[in-house]
Design a protein around this ligand. Structure first.
Ligand code: SF4
Length: 201
């Protein structure tokens, strides 16, 4: 089926009543670059941070890409059913772009209930501190953080960019163990890139 037919078919389905307004650009499978193990990665549309030298500026526009409909969800779930698939990574764009939060919250909740053994990693341009301020007022964000295992946070800063970092592009970006950080109220890093660079681990 040509890409135009696929887009039209999905658009018609959306018109018929799908309530999901979140859009995505790609679903990559057996991905080894965006989290531990082999993963399925959902590349969402929408980002308001506009970091200098962002690698995916095509994803900034929340109205671009395809609607994340039931068919796309089934595609993600089919990957999560595979024994070798370690989990889902949400990337983009920014999965925590305000317009994405409701649909992302529903998605991560459903995944945790259907696939309790799979982990969820989530990239965002927001810092942990910014999210902790917002979460008090944002139920969708709270649900997301209650279901995400690892958060890769912070804007990409060109002057801090380093090639050797694990899973992130600049040294200000942290890889946070969400569960233990929320439980203790103190940021607990899942991977400490700065210590790795100094040879301390
Ligand atoms: S947060 Fe990520 S997607 Fe958004 S502009 Fe920065 S690097 Fe690009």
């Amino acid at each position: 089926m040509g890409i135009q037919c696929l887009v039209m078919q999905r658009w018609l389905k959306y018109q018929k009543g799908s309530r999901c307004s979140m859009r995505y650009h790609n679903i990559t499978k057996a991905d080894m670059l965006n989290g531990d193990g082999l993963r399925v990665v959902l590349w969402l549309a929408g980002c308001s941070h506009h970091c200098q030298a962002c690698q995916n500026p095509i994803t900034w526009d929340a109205n671009d890409g395809l609607i994340f409909d039931e068919e796309a969800k089934r595609e993600v779930f089919a990957e999560l059913e595979k024994s070798w698939c370690n989990g889902l990574t949400l990337s983009g764009g920014d999965p925590l772009y305000v317009g994405n939060r409701k649909d992302v919250s529903l998605l991560v909740k459903e995944i945790k209930s259907k696939f309790p053994d799979k982990n969820i990693w989530c990239y965002t341009g927001y810092t942990w501190e910014e999210l902790m301020k917002e979460v008090k007022e944002d139920e969708n964000l709270k649900t997301i953080l209650d279901n995400v295992d690892v958060l890769l946070e912070g804007r990409f800063v060109l002057s801090l960019a380093l090639e050797k970092l694990h899973y992130v592009g600049s040294s200000n970006q942290r890889i946070i163990d969400v569960r233990s950080s929320l439980d203790t109220g103190v940021i607990n890093l899942y991977i400490d890139n700065n210590k790795i660079l100094k040879g301390e681990v």
